[in-house]
Design a protein around this ligand. Structure first.
Ligand SMILES: Cc1ncc(COP(=O)(O)O)c(C=O)c1O
Length: 491
């Protein structure tokens, strides 16, 4: 890998939104984007788009969480939620770092076991658990996050009478108060206790812990949920069970942007655009969750909060310092006092800085109304989550050999337009935001979406139109990147 990291400002000069959202760029990505000739040759070989993976930052991200817990005298079990990215390089790196793995399906479980991860380091949190998956659990014995009574009823007949009990974690549905609709996952404290009183000890399983996972990133809500989990732990212990951990799931925040003011400015400018008090920032006036209504704006942004603070370690520290009840012990003290291990299942925030998606520009054209469209060899499922948009500016780099004619004005001068993708749909936008290309954009240029490893690459990717899924390649110390094992099933 080259040792001269190009100037980051320079790298970002090729593309930004009119109200910029400047992504954090890891040194490895600055290095890669600064070698567009190499990257273009990778795309020639593996196709466009290409997911470029670098598992290195996982260690730093996990350490932030572990260190924050250690400062409170707690051991933190970090279980990497691999649903956030399918590549096996991240499973290997998690195992190397001594992390556990959270799996959400039969194939995820089998792949993790095939990589040599011990089942005692695996928690299965699949939302639906078909009999084949339950059978595998009985055979390999990961911890199973149990969602409901029917799941246990399906599991019990599969258990071996002579085998040791299977460890389960009861999935708690925390009650977060008015304004927060009940979660579809798990049962509340009373629901579990009534069920445990009915079903154990015949259940043939051992209650190893209590589990929950919340939408969103609010530390305060997690403390509320933790207090309910502790109530359940205490009640279980009174009944002779011995749960040893509370697993608070994922939802650990991360930030894609360094400059939080950019985030505020973007939403202010977007609101102004929707009210026609300023230039519109999105294709067809897409609201990103907001809409103009009379003189005002209604709705809430439908997006990941791309600028957050605190994140990871600082966030966990704040959570552990918070009392679990008014005048009561802090979350950390309440866990310590009960001798409980705290576990978590971060996906996105563990993959912060671990990947980028690169795609080739296929065409530029001016629509009849003067709107510029930049066609890219990629479709919108390849950098998208359930949020409306990926609100980070891509980079645009020009590989050597891309040599547009001198009279190709769009390739040499400033252009403003939208990135459109490969699906035959009018509103097939790779990002809804209008983007500026101050130095122009040419066929063969490379668009680099930074920091896409957490969910953006894979959670919605589809092979519609029979366009193959993107390949995933892992950077090494030297030479071209290697194809991740997930794309080499026959090896
Ligand atoms: C049970 C469970 N654990 C962990 C995660 C990972 O969450 P995140 O990537 O937000 O950390 C999820 C995400 O849906 C989940 O459902």
């Amino acid at each position: 890998m080259s040792t001269t990291v190009p100037d980051r400002t320079d790298l970002r000069d090729g593309c930004h939104g009119p109200s910029p959202l400047t992504g954090r760029i890891e040194p490895w990505l600055a290095d890669v984007a600064g070698r567009p000739g190499d990257v273009a040759s990778w795309l020639d070989r593996h196709g466009s788009p290409l997911n470029v993976l670098e598992p290195g930052p996982m260690g730093r991200n996990a350490a932030e969480l572990r260190d924050a817990a250690a400062a409170h005298g707690l051991t933190l079990g970090v279980y990497f939620a691999r649903k956030a990215n399918k590549a096996l390089a991240f499973v290997d790196e998690a195992a190397r770092l001594g992390l556990g793995i959270d799996v959400a399906s039969e194939r995820e479980l089998l792949q993790v076991l095939a990589r040599g991860v011990d089942a005692t380091r695996v928690v299965l949190t699949a939302a639906v658990k078909p009999p084949t998956l339950l059978r595998l659990c009985v055979e390999h014995r990961p911890t199973v996050a149990l969602d409901n009574a029917d799941e246990l009823a399906a599991l019990v007949p599969l258990l071996r009478p002579d085998g040791p009990p299977l460890p389960v974690a009861l999935r708690l549905a925390p009650e977060l108060g008015p304004g927060r609709p009940p979660t579809r996952f798990g049962l509340d404290v009373d629901g579990w206790l009534a069920f445990v009183d009915r079903a154990w000890p015949a259940a043939g399983t051992t209650i190893a812990g209590v589990h929950f996972h919340l939408d969103g990133y609010d530390a305060g809500e997690r403390v509320v949920a933790l207090a309910q989990a502790l109530r359940l732990v205490d009640a279980l212990r009174e009944r002779g069970h011995d749960p040893s951990f509370v697993d608070m799931g994922g939802g650990v925040p991360m930030s894609y942007l360094d400059d939080h003011d950019e985030w505020t400015r973007f939403w202010d400018a977007h609101r102004a655009g929707l009210l026609r008090e300023g230039p519109g920032l999105t294709f067809g006036g897409h609201g990103l969750g907001l809409a103009a209504h009379g003189d005002g704006i209604v709705g809430t942004p439908n997006g990941y909060p791309y600028a957050q603070s605190p994140v990871r370690g600082g966030w966990l520290d704040g959570l552990l310092r918070t009392p679990v009840a008014t005048g009561g012990p802090t979350a950390a003290a309440a866990l310590r006092g009960r001798g409980l291990e705290l576990r978590c299942e971060p996906g996105r925030s563990l993959l912060d800085g671990c990947g980028a998606t690169v795609a080739r520009v296929a065409f530029r054209k001016e629509r009849a109304d003067g709107t510029w469209l930049v066609g890219v060899e990629m479709n919108r499922t390849q950098c998208r989550t359930t949020s409306d948009d990926f609100l980070v500016d891509p980079l645009l780099v020009r590989p050597p050999g891309v040599d547009p004619a001198p009279d190709d004005a769009a390739a040499h001068g400033a252009v403003e337009g939208f990135l459109v993708g490969a699906y035959c749909i009018e509103r097939e936008l790779l990002t809804w935001r209008r983007l500026r290309f101050p130095r122009g954009v040419a066929v063969g240029d490379l668009v680099v979406f930074p920091n896409t490893a957490g969910y953006l690459m894979h959670i919605l990717e589809s092979a519609s139109h029979q366009i193959p899924l993107a390949q995933n390649v892992v950077l090494g110390a030297d030479g071209p990147p290697r194809v991740d094992l997930i794309d080499r099933p026959a090896d």
